[in-house]
Design a binder for this molecule. Structure first.
Ligand SMILES: [Zn+2]
Length: 124
């Protein structure tokens, strides 16, 4: 854990910052509250424009980690971008795009790996 005021690393059990004396126990609570608030905001944002595309992006991004990464990854990136263009501001579209990029990277690595294995087998 780090002090929110001066950035000094702190013991997790510490109540006050050893460097500047800020009450860390309180700020820890408030940061938890703000996290809950942003989560609630995200939940309330389900009615906002582009939410459908953002949801598709997120689902494709997650499923693409396991199956058809190249195809689903590209869909996730396109849908995430289109959600943003429609005015979507939640985290879903961003997560979808990031997962989509990972899907494509894993997909390419997987295909190269398969080609390498097939190449190695066909040499015998
Ligand atoms: Zn401090």
């Amino acid at each position: 854990m780090f002090c929110p005021k001066c950035g000094t690393m702190q013991d997790d059990k510490a109540q006050f910052c050893m460097s500047c004396g800020t009450n860390i126990a309180n700020t820890q609570q408030s940061s938890q509250q703000s996290f809950q608030q942003s989560f609630q905001q995200d939940y309330q944002q389900t009615a906002q424009p582009g939410n459908g595309a953002a949801t598709v992006s997120l689902i494709c991004g997650i499923v693409g980690l396991f199956f058809f990464g190249l195809i689903l990854g590209i869909i996730a990136i396109i849908q995430g971008n289109s959600a943003r263009k429609q005015g979507y501001v939640g985290a879903k579209a961003t997560i979808g795009i990031v997962l989509g990029i990972l899907d494509v990277v894993f997909g390419v690595v997987g295909v190269l790996f398969m080609i390498a294995i097939i190449g190695a087998i066909s040499q015998y």
